[in-house]
Design a protein around this ligand. Structure first.
Ligand code: HEM
Length: 141
């Protein structure tokens, strides 16, 4: 149920407890919540897609000359590059967010403002690094 928070001097804003599915569209997840969900999604994606895909590519690259050509075709195709880029983003986000969680576990940056800042840094740094890899992958430099 959404109630209006009533701290003196504070702007009235809805406060959600035991959120109902019908309230999902009104609920604004904080930045740290977005980072947390993406950390779980990226961990699962690396495990379920990343490991099988990398093992497949590795096998194709060493089995024979024909399979090596197949490996080159897969990693050279736009779809292959997009899948690789998705995995690169997953790894970079997971790595940066993982470092943030390890620091939080040591009680570093647990205050609301610094936690919000570090969540923004995780999102920003992982996206910038992914953009650099994308430029390299698509042959810009
Ligand atoms: C190399 C850098 C990595 C770091 C620093 C890191 C860090 C972390 C940390 C701190 C957690 C616990 C988060 C929490 O307290 O909820 C975690 C969870 C997890 N990690 Fe990693 N990790 C790394 C790489 C990987 C890789 C390569 C994979 C998969 C192939 C992976 C898969 C997962 C999964 C599935 C979870 C559980 C996610 C969840 O339940 O929310 N991690 N990681």
């Amino acid at each position: 149920m959404a109630d209006l928070a009533t701290k003196p001097g504070a702007r009235a804003r809805p406060e959600f407890r035991n959120i109902h599915v019908s309230q999902l569209s009104q609920y604004r997840l904080p930045l740290a919540g977005i980072v947390s969900i993406l950390h779980r999604i990226s961990g699962a994606a690396m495990f379920l897609v990343g490991i099988p895909f990398i093992l497949y590519l590795f096998q194709q690259s060493i089995t024979s000359e024909i399979s090596f050509e197949n490996y080159r075709a897969v990693v050279g195709s736009p779809l292959g590059k997009i899948v690789l880029l998705g995995l690169v983003w997953g790894y970079l986000h997971h790595f940066c967010a993982g470092i943030r969680y390890l620091l939080l576990d040591m009680h570093v940056g647990v205050e609301k403002e610094s936690s919000r800042t570090s969540a923004a840094v995780v999102l920003g740094v992982s996206l910038v690094l992914t953009a650099v890899v994308a430029l390299k992958l698509f042959g810009v430099f």
